[in-house]
Ligand binder design. Structure first.
Ligand code: AMP
Length: 299
């Protein structure tokens, strides 16, 4: 394999993380278009290649230094890390930051008729999972012995099919569990998407590009978590109004033309402004309240 001068980033080809991973990179100014038939997408404006692969291949590609960066669920990353540590394969990578999408939880679940007190209710029983390493770590910490039933998919049908007594699977809304006559008993791992870097990236030019991408990711996520708020406030309730704006400690206060009793407030708030706060602001005499999304943030 030849060392490429272009930064290689692995993202999920299709699935829960693929759209948001692409969107994040586009928001960071990486211009590319995806051809569904092709594994690689070359960025037009930066020396970056996107590798579109299965999500469970991403940690290994980064840990082996085949790609420089990856966007992956923490659950998949940690499962692969434990697997590789067991097999004495390279298992290191740098987690650059957690992202703001891909939230899910890995949970134990049992059939509705199963009487579950705590994880020890599963002592000696068979548990179906696609995450044998995370499950083993959890059960070892609790000192519980159990039997594995390793399934890559359709984990939730295992108890009804008589293959297992319970399952350990990813849950998002819980609808799949309910549809299969199961209930969630314990969350064993909470996960978000994260961005990782290979420990084998040597080139200073590539490192500078990674730092640039990371700084932009930080800016994009900060902007997504923030809102720009504009409103008119009576001077007499100004302090109370500012105190109500979440995370906006130093707002800009501007005079209004021909109105000495009111001022305009411009503020960046680190949280969304909820309807009940807007109603409290109105009760304090605030008017013309605008809450706007922020596209980019830096500095
Ligand atoms: P839900 O019915 O919304 O609880 O989703 C559960 C189903 O979606 C199960 O089949 C899970 O294996 C799958 N699932 C949930 N979250 C994820 C995820 N982050 N990545 C992959 N599969 C997931």
């Amino acid at each position: 394999m030849t060392e490429s001068n272009r930064l290689r980033i692995a993202i999920q080809k299709s699935g829960r993380l693929s759209t948001e991973s692409q969107q994040l990179l586009k928001s960071c100014g990486v211009k590319f278009s995806i051809n569904e038939q092709r594994l690689i997408a070359h960025a037009d404006n930066m020396p970056i290649d996107l590798l579109r692969v299965r999500d469970d291949d991403i940690p290994g590609l980064v840990m082996d230094g085949v790609v420089d960066m990856g966007i992956i669920g923490e659950n998949v990353l940690e499962e692969e890390q434990i697997e590789r540590q067991t097999l004495n394969k390279p298992a290191d990578c740098l987690k650059l930051r957690q992202l703001d999408f891909g939230s899910c939880r890995l949970s134990l679940a049992v059939p509705t008729e199963f009487s579950y007190a705590d994880a020890s209710s599963l002592e000696g029983l068979r548990i179906a999972t696609s995450y044998p390493n995370l499950l083993r770590r959890f059960m070892q910490q609790k000192g519980i012995t159990y039997r594995d039933c390793m399934l890559k998919g359709s984990v939730e049908v295992a108890p009804r099919a008589g293959l297992a007594d319970g399952i350990c699977d990813l849950v998002s809304t819980g609808a799949t569990l309910e549809a299969n006559g199961l209930y969630e008993t314990e969350v064993i791992y909470r996960s978000m998407a994260c961005i990782i870097q290979s420990t084998q990236t040597q080139s200073p030019t590539k490192q500078a590009l990674i730092d640039k991408i990371l700084s932009r990711v930080n800016g994009v996520i900060r902007a997504r978590e923030s809102k720009y708020i504009l409103l008119h406030a009576p001077t007499e309730t100004l302090d109370q109004i500012v105190a109500l704006l979440p995370g906006a400690e130093n707002p800009t206060v501007l005079p209004l033309n021909d109105d000495t009793n009111r001022v305009a407030i411009h503020a960046v708030s680190t949280e969304d402004l909820f309807w009940d706060t807007m109603e409290q602001l109105t009760a304090l005499g605030a008017s013309s309240i605008l809450v706007m999304p922020i596209e980019k943030m830096m500095g």
